[in-house]
Design a protein around this ligand. Structure first.
Ligand SMILES: [Zn+2]
Length: 443
């Protein structure tokens, strides 16, 4: 029966031996005139478009989770009691002053059951700031969810959270997982998996809230809302908040905590600009633009270089040209359709390549030692303000400083390019005003 607590699932999704006799039954779909609303993802469709036969409809919006149709029923059990308990929490690390303040403010927001946003710069050390809040919530008997739009973020979070709560059973849920679902007080899942929950969480934290696909999929937003209990706290984590989140902050729907500095007390590297006239034409003609090549050689004297390309086509052309310029094995390229992607990223982590060409797939969620970053064609529409801030944020994340630099190579500056630089500068200024950064001692 525990399987049903805080869940909303159809019979076909349950193990056959589960007794559903005392479960609450909820309609799978609700009719509103000529429209019909899905009980799982909340989307409304015109009946005429989703009709299977007479008075029989289905929802196309969430069909990837198994079909919801008007003949189905959802089974649900509410969580009736919140019982305080003892939770083993072992974490020996120390928070910086900035992290400490965020951690404290976060706990205050959660105690008030308010919604909040942690806006912490790339490489600030977000996960550590959550530990105490999660610990307190669990000790109060609350059910806690940690969700991210990206599976790899969930996979990285899971061992880190399990390590600090060694006795806590944690459910790790994502599309590729084959482990059967079990009730746990602590859940780590993709934002898609939230659609199977209903009034489950007292505290729900969504990491990388501005990342694809959460950022532009309405069903995931509805899923997150429905996964919350009536009295609960929803916390968003981001380094690059969307306009919608900033708007919510303005009207005080979200209590916002800003952490403008990284844990190592150095400022964020500010991107530098290099104008490269008609770079695309040059590459199409089989030439690497001279300014770009000399800059690359300069950067590679100190660090490895991550070179972001605006498309797979550009990436492949440039890769062919670069292989002729550099000794064998020094350069590699990766993109979303590359089957060896994970292996290449791992090899880059081991510093096996000096130059690593990539598309925006590596804009976030990865940390390499000793890198500088170059963005080729920074004016391209794939390089939004948040993508550029995230890309710039790949540099200087480790404790040891290696003089990593960020360069935007462009053929005409866009508003996104200017705004991304302004955003980074503003965060640095804020960090300085709050005394969270030190002057860099160059040896
Ligand atoms: Zn649906």
């Amino acid at each position: 029966m525990n399987e049903l607590i805080g869940r909303k699932v159809m019979k076909k999704e349950l193990n056959t031996d589960i007794d559903i006799s005392s479960a609450i039954q909820l309609p799978a779909m609700k009719e509103y005139g000529d429209k019909i609303e899905c009980g799982r993802c909340g989307m409304k469709h015109l009946k005429a478009f989703v009709q299977l036969s007479q008075n029989f409809y289905f929802c196309p919006s969430c069909i990837q989770f198994g079909r919801v149709d008007s003949q189905e029923i959802f089974y649900h059990l509410p969580e009736t009691q919140i019982v305080p308990r003892e939770v083993l929490f072992i974490w020996q690390g120390q928070l910086t002053d900035g992290q400490q303040e965020v951690s404290q403010n976060l706990r205050t927001i959660i105690t008030k059951n308010r919604n909040g946003m942690i806006w912490a710069v790339t490489g600030a050390g977000k996960t550590e700031m959550l530990f105490h809040a999660i610990y307190e919530a669990l000790e109060e008997g609350k059910r806690v969810g940690l969700a991210s739009p990206r599976v790899d973020v969930c996979l990285e979070l899971y061992p880190r959270i399990q390590e600090v709560f060694p006795e806590e059973p944690i459910a790790l849920l994502h599309g590729k997982s084959e482990i059967p679902y079990n009730y746990t007080k602590l859940v780590i899942c993709t934002t898609h998996q939230l659609l199977r929950f209903y009034q489950a969480f007292d505290l729900l934290i969504i990491d990388e809230v501005d990342a694809f696909p959460y950022v532009n999929e309405q069903i995931l937003h509805i899923g997150a809302q429905n996964a919350l209990k009536e009295t609960a706290s929803l916390i968003y984590l981001t380094a690059t908040p969307t306009k919608e989140l900033l708007q919510k902050q303005k009207i005080n729907e979200l209590e916002t905590i800003i952490l403008p500095a990284r844990y190592h007390r150095r400022k964020l590297p500010v991107p530098k600009l290099k104008w490269c006239f008609q770079w695309r034409k040059a590459i199409n003609q089989g030439k690497i633009p001279k300014q770009m090549l000399s800059l690359l050689h300069l950067l590679m004297k100190k660090n490895n270089v991550l070179l972001f390309c605006p498309s797979i086509i550009v990436l492949e052309k440039l890769y062919t040209l670069m292989k002729k310029q550099l000794p064998d094995g020094m350069v590699a390229a990766v993109h979303s359709k590359d089957e060896e992607r994970a292996e290449k990223v791992m090899r880059m982590r081991k510093n096996e390549f000096r130059l690593f060409l990539t598309t925006t797939i590596l804009e976030r969620g990865v940390t390499f030692d000793q890198v500088s970053v170059m963005v080729l064609g920074a004016e391209h529409r794939v390089f939004t303000e948040s993508a550029l801030v995230q890309i710039a944020g790949r540099v200087d994340r480790k404790m040891i400083h290696t003089n990593g630099e960020v360069w935007f190579v462009h053929d005409g500056q866009t508003r996104e390019v200017k705004n991304s630089i302004r955003q980074i500068q503003q965060m640095n200024k804020l960090a300085e005003e709050q005394g969270l950064v030190d002057e860099l001692c160059l040896l």
